[in-house]
Design a protein. Structure first.
Length: 94
């Protein structure tokens, strides 16, 4: 949101999501330190997608349900996606 609107408005709209997402970072460091590099990579990949893509809050996901993920990303303007295998780290959280 910070790429597409004023810092003040983006900050107000991001307050809830930042509190929800930072718990993952804290939990990884405190309880699952072996997953930290995977978590950090996920945060960095997500930030890149956010900077490179069209505004996520304006997307109509109903229009792409019948498309493949790559086709949907293209139609929605989602750019910079880099896939990563997080299965090993994810299994350690269960």
């Amino acid at each position: 949101m910070f790429v597409h609107m004023s810092p003040e408005l983006a900050g107000e709209l991001s307050a809830f999501s930042i509190l929800g997402s930072t718990r993952i970072i804290t939990r990884a460091v405190l309880h699952y330190p072996q997953t930290w590099l995977v978590v950090q990579d996920a945060v960095e990949r997500g930030a890149k997608v956010g900077r490179d893509s069209d505004p996520l809050y304006m997307m109509r996901y109903e229009d792409v349900f019948d498309l493949t993920p790559d086709q949907a990303r293209e139609k929605l303007g989602v750019r910079g996606v880099r896939m990563a295998d997080t299965a090993t780290a994810s299994a350690q959280w269960c």
